[in-house]
Design a binder for this molecule. Structure first.
Ligand code: SAM
Length: 303
């Protein structure tokens, strides 16, 4: 193993997705606004830290800046507006994190009372990791560089990355990071430039929160009930249909009758129909990629 971090040494190098008991994920985030990452220690992520499933290191990029002003950015070659983040600052930061030279800046759980069982815990529910194809040399940490110019982040990525041992995030600001930093990092990392959507944020920190939350909730043991995410939107390619709870009638609106039938097959069919109809209305392109049987096609009016 290449990891030198405090904590990770306790665990053996496990690549099999079956060995979930030993699964630990370390996240390292480099940012000029480390306080932005505080949500990573709250709620279910905080509990994952307490349970030893997750370790989070947050690092201030300015620690690697030199000179009186500790500048992390400079004007772009070729002219144009804005500033670009400097390679001489990012390069050493990524070198140190990859080599495991940086210890400290650890986030502690914000919710130490969360030792109790969760509301979604179901005794005897099996904990299994997602099966994904091994991508490249897993000995190298995965470096995720949020950028609107990256490949779109999907639930399939989240499933795959929930099997990782060490993910490093490089948060850009201004016009982004000098491209040579990303090219050079490929010597020490598996690198992926990733976008969370077709819009432009001010910095990469919010994208890190989005990706980290989507990934960590899929690590076995983070959600008490694995079905919570197996039935989520995108898991079977469709959006999830509507959900209801008590009371049965509220402000003149009734819960659909079928949900009281006690007939599981009927309820499952109704849920599938609702998922199909919502997906067709909101994200029709997802229907094209979904395997449909005769009953599905009938509901969608395709036959
Ligand atoms: N000049 C860049 C472009 O047009 O592609 C935009 C830079 S943006 C103002 C600053 C930083 O915000 C980026 O380096 C990235 O870290 C982050 N960011 C902005 N939009 C994002 C998105 N849709 N997905 C992921 N990260 C994003």
């Amino acid at each position: 193993m290449v990891y030198g971090f405090r904590g990770l040494g306790r665990f053996s190098a496990v690549s099999s997705s079956q060995e979930f008991d030993a699964h630990r994920l370390r996240l390292d985030v480099i940012s000029i606004f480390p306080e932005y990452l505080d949500p990573l220690r709250h709620a279910l992520l905080g509990k994952a830290i307490e349970d030893g499933i997750l370790e989070v290191g947050v690092h201030d990029l300015r620690k690697w800046a030199t000179g009186g002003h500790k500048a992390v950015d400079d004007t772009p070659y070729g002219g144009g507006p804005g500033m670009v983040m400097k390679p001489e600052v990012w390069g050493p930061a990524l070198d140190d994190i990859a080599a495991g030279h940086v210890v400290g800046d650890e986030l502690e759980s914000a919710s130490p009372h969360l030792k109790s069982a969760r509301h979604d815990e179901i005794e005897g529910v099996e904990k299994r990791a997602y099966e994904v194809e091994a991508a490249g040399d897993k000995e190298l940490p995965l470096l995720l560089v949020p950028t609107p110019a990256g490949k779109p982040f999907t639930q399939t990525d989240a499933q795959g990355w929930s099997n990782e041992r060490h993910i490093v995030f490089a948060c850009g600001r201004y016009e982004g990071i000098d491209q040579r930093v990303i090219d050079d990092a490929a010597k020490r990392y598996r690198v992926r430039e990733v976008s969370i959507g077709d819009y432009v944020l001010i910095g990469g920190e919010v994208a890190v929160l989005v990706i980290a939350e989507a990934v960590v909730r899929l690590i076995p043991g983070v959600l008490g009930n694995r079905r919570s995410h197996e039935e989520d939107s995108f898991s079977d390619g469709l959006l999830e249909g509507p959900s209801y709870t008590k009371p049965r009638s509220w402000r003149g609106l009734d819960v659909p009758e079928v949900l009281f039938s006690g007939n599981h097959a009927k309820v499952d069919r109704w849920r599938r129909d609702q998922a199909l109809l919502r997906t067709q209305a909101v994200r029709p392109e997802l229907i094209d990629e979904t395997q449909l049987d005769a009953a599905d096609r009938k509901v969608l009016g395709l036959d």
